[in-house]
Design a protein around this ligand. Structure first.
Ligand SMILES: *Cc1c(COP(=O)(O)O)cnc(C)c1O
Length: 454
């Protein structure tokens, strides 16, 4: 028997030199983004108060490849290329003929894939003379990544952290502060947006949508000193994450394999897109037939049960209108532990791929997710974050389906972050305190009624 190889590494010279922009290959272009007041398509100038021009141009670029600046690639060398692992021990535990591979983004200094876009976002802002960035964070992974990236480039960093996470995750708050960022629990009394929410509900525990409103307001009213950064959803963010899938393609080539199925969890869609888009490209341009699956929590099923319509990206209604699968901007998440997956909308690119039948989507309940995480960590030794545990649960479903069908199926999933800051969630699971929560149909219908009329 030949020796089993479990880890496929690339040399640093193989860090991609360009990000892949799927807009060049989409069969149908993305729907236009609309001005919140006029409902007319917006242009680059409309976004200039919030983002540096380099990122605005990437947002609308139709170029297939966007060169990665050398300074960004140098910082990527702190953790890239990330390993591709073959999960032999999980395969054995499942007694499946499937081959299971995962790309491990938890080796980044911030512990998740978020740093892949935080670094270029900070870089382009610095190049255009911006002094600092404001942002929101839910579970805390994005705040951590952006505070690190701002620190690398000497930028100020202001983070609005969803209040419930601020209270439940003191160590996430602390790590953001160690990198020099200022963290405020949202909703706060530091912005008009926050004050308007608190006037209606003084006990609001917050949401990503509310924190986005606060962070956008701070940048928009700073007179150009500060700009705003978003950790997911936008086209340029998804494009930056394609380093994941590009590396995985090369690593699988070394392993002599090509995936039948590619799986990622989807909150705003960035880590899913990061691993998946280079494989979608192969499907679109080289006749490959890989199934591509986005996995979301049953408690926040924007792709599988949300409406595909124009909605705001935030709760107060300050952002442009984007056509997306949405649960409505007033969405307040159930107490669910996959904090990073609790967003009411979804990236436009992911929604279009889904609408065009180019990807699949699944919603998986919380208890199945944590059971899958335990099965994975006991086999492979890595404690996954609750978010990618959704991808693990879907992978296990696929591996068991392959076993039932007696097929060798090659599955690749993205393990986009470790769970070392999520032990309270594991604690709750182990002590039987977690429950399943199905998003109620009345709330889907209420959200539909409240959508802006376009
Ligand atoms: C932010 C985050 C997510 C959700 O965001 P996506 O844009 O959907 O990737 C999922 N997992 C981890 C570990 C995260 O940090």
């Amino acid at each position: 028997m030949s020796e089993q190889i479990t880890r496929f590494d690339l040399p640093q010279s193989e860090i991609p030199h360009a990000w892949y922009n799927i807009q060049a290959d989409l069969p149908r272009p993305l729907p236009p983004v609309l001005h919140p007041g006029t409902h007319q398509p917006i242009g680059p100038a409309d976004l200039a108060p919030l983002f540096p021009m380099a990122l605005i141009m990437q947002e609308v670029s139709q170029d297939r490849y966007i060169e990665i600046p050398e300074e960004v690639r140098e910082i990527y060398k702190l953790w890239r290329p990330t390993p591709l692992m073959r999960a032999y021990r999980l395969e054995k535990a499942l007694d499946t003929p499937a081959h299971i591979y995962y790309k491990y983004e938890g080796v980044s200094p911030s512990g998740s894939h978020k740093l892949n876009t935080a670094v270029p976002q900070a870089y382009y802002n610095k190049m255009e003379g911006v002094q600092g960035l404001s942002t929101e964070t839910g579970a805390g992974q994005w705040g951590t990544a952006l505070s690190q990236a701002c620190n690398f480039f000497g930028l100020e960093c202001i983070v609005y952290m969803v209040k419930i996470s601020y209270q439940q995750k003191p160590y996430r708050r602390a790590i953001i502060q160690t990198f020099g960022a200022k963290v405020t629990a949202s909703p706060s009394d530091t912005t008009n947006a926050g004050r308007s929410i608190l006037a209606k509900d003084p006990d609001s525990t917050g949401s990503l949508g509310i924190a986005i409103s606060e962070a956008v307001e701070v940048a928009a009213t700073s007179g150009g000193r500060l700009k705003y950064a978003l950790g997911s959803v936008l086209n340029h963010v998804l494009t930056h994450q394609t380093v994941i899938g590009q590396e995985a393609l090369k690593q699988l080539e070394i392993a002599g394999e090509y995936p039948d199925v590619v799986i990622g969890c989807a909150g705003g869609g960035s880590n899913f897109a990061g691993v998946a888009l280079p494989f979608v490209q192969k499907n679109l341009t080289e006749g490959k037939t890989t199934r591509i699956i986005a996995v979301e929590p049953a408690a926040c099923p924007s792709l599988t049960r949300g409406t595909y319509a124009y909605d705001f990206g935030d709760t107060v209604g300050m952002t442009p209108l984007v056509k997306m699968h949405t649960l409505g901007r007033d969405f307040i998440p159930a107490p669910l532990h996959a904090g990073g997956l609790r967003y009411h909308g979804m990236a436009s690119i992911v929604c279009e791929l889904y609408d065009q039948g180019l990807i699949e989507a699944q919603a998986i309940p919380q208890l199945e997710t944590f059971s899958a995480a335990l099965q994975f960590l006991r086999a492979e030794g890595i404690v996954p974050a609750p978010e990618p545990s959704h991808a693990i649960a879907a992978t296990i479903r696929e591996a068991l389906a392959a076993k039932a069908a007696g097929e060798k199926r090659l599955i690749l999933f993205n393990l986009c972050g470790h769970g070392h800051f999520d032990m309270a969630a594991y604690d709750a699971f182990l002590s039987g305190q977690l429950v399943d929560y199905e998003y109620p149909q009345e709330q889907i219908e209420a959200a539909l009624a409240a959508l802006p009329q376009i």
